[in-house]
Design a protein around this ligand. Structure first.
Ligand code: SAM
Length: 320
């Protein structure tokens, strides 16, 4: 698939639900209406089959909301893996329920996981997630490593006055547990765009804080792909950390992504609120691919060159 700006689109982020068992303060608005939309399993399967067999989607990331709260997740993963059209099926999770699901997800055909972990302090974890249990996520990460969902990537959203003094500690914890640790600049998304203005820790500062403890060497070819990866060593440890500078160094010119929300809308750009409804071409048992092709082509033509920052959805509804 080539979009209107000549970019190849081969990555799909599929949001299985907009329900999350946590409610991170930068992701879920204070006044968010309770959500609980679960994508229809057969619809999700047929959408991925359509996009991977007819349109070249090769990399699928299952997300949400919280994808581990989606009851048919294991069966859907197995069916998608058996399609044989995808190079990778990966998943992004808060890890709260990963401890007891990691092994069976790996058996179902999941290749890797990214686990969100913004702090190693239980009180802060509970505060930023509005009630999460740090130990559950740490256990989930260890279970994912044991299950071979490797490399397990830890996603850390760096936030001023919250975890900026923990950056090196989190890197150290992740590396010592065999994970790749990726630091994300907070992005201005939808109703929580102001959080980025207030709490952004730029990539340059993340790098500085890591350099105080580790020696870092940029891995050639990784610059902004979208992470810039570094080989790190120090404190008796070696491994890889990445920095995703989506706010200070946007990678729109290299964006290869399309999103489908749990409500069945195609979102071509994370910063653009224009959605294209696929659900209307679903009769409860069959996706009308002819009509879906047409709406897909409109979405691709309309994918902006750069994020226009007119998104109305929060990340939890978009599928981060
Ligand atoms: N519930 C899962 C989780 O917590 O990983 C998956 C969904 S969550 C929306 C996906 C990722 O988006 C998480 O790593 C989260 O930290 C990140 N995220 C959410 N809001 C963000 C923002 N404003 N800026 C940067 N990353 C954000």
């Amino acid at each position: 698939m080539i979009d209107g700006c000549g970019r190849t689109i081969d990555h799909l982020r599929l949001s299985l639900t907009d329900y999350c068992n946590l409610a991170c303060r930068y992701c879920v608005p204070d006044d968010a209406a309770p959500c609980g939309q679960m994508i229809d399993e057969e619809f999700a399967f047929q959408v991925v089959r359509w996009l991977s067999t007819r349109h070249g989607i090769r990399y699928l990331r299952l997300t949400g909301g919280e994808p581990l709260m989606y009851a048919p997740l294991h069966r859907l993963t197995r069916r998608l893996a058996e399609l044989g059209t995808l190079r990778e099926i990966t998943l992004t999770t808060n890890g709260q329920a990963l401890g007891h699901q990691a092994e069976s997800l790996a058996a179902a055909g999941l290749l890797r996981v990214n686990v969100s972990l913004d702090t190693l302090r239980a009180d802060r974890f509970s505060r930023v997630t509005r009630g999460g249990d740090l130990d559950h996520t740490l256990c989930g990460i260890k279970a994912a490593v044991r299950a071979g969902l490797a490399p397990v990537k830890i996603n850390v959203v760096a936030q001023r006055s919250f975890n900026d003094n923990e950056i090196a500690n989190i890197a150290e914890w992740g590396l010592s547990h065999g994970c790749v640790v990726r630091f994300l600049e907070v992005m201005p998304i939808g109703p929580l765009a102001h959080v980025a203005d207030k709490h952004l820790v730029p990539a340059s500062e993340i790098l500085e804080r890591l350099s105080e403890r580790f020696t870092l060497r940029a891995i050639p070819g990784s610059l902004g792909q979208p992470a810039t990866d570094y080989a790190v060593s120090g404190n008796g440890m070696r491994g890889v950390v990445g920095i995703i500078a989506a706010t200070t160094r946007p990678f729109c010119d290299r964006c290869r992504r399309l999103r489908i929300t749990s409500r069945g809308r195609i979102v071509a750009c994370i910063h653009d609120g224009t959605g294209f409804d696929l659900a209307e071409f679903w009769d409860g048992s069959e996706l009308c691919v002819h009509d879906a092709d047409e709406v897909l082509s409109r979405a691709l033509r309309g994918k902006p060159k750069e994020g226009p920052r007119r998104q109305s959805l929060a990340m939890v509804s978009l599928g981060g």
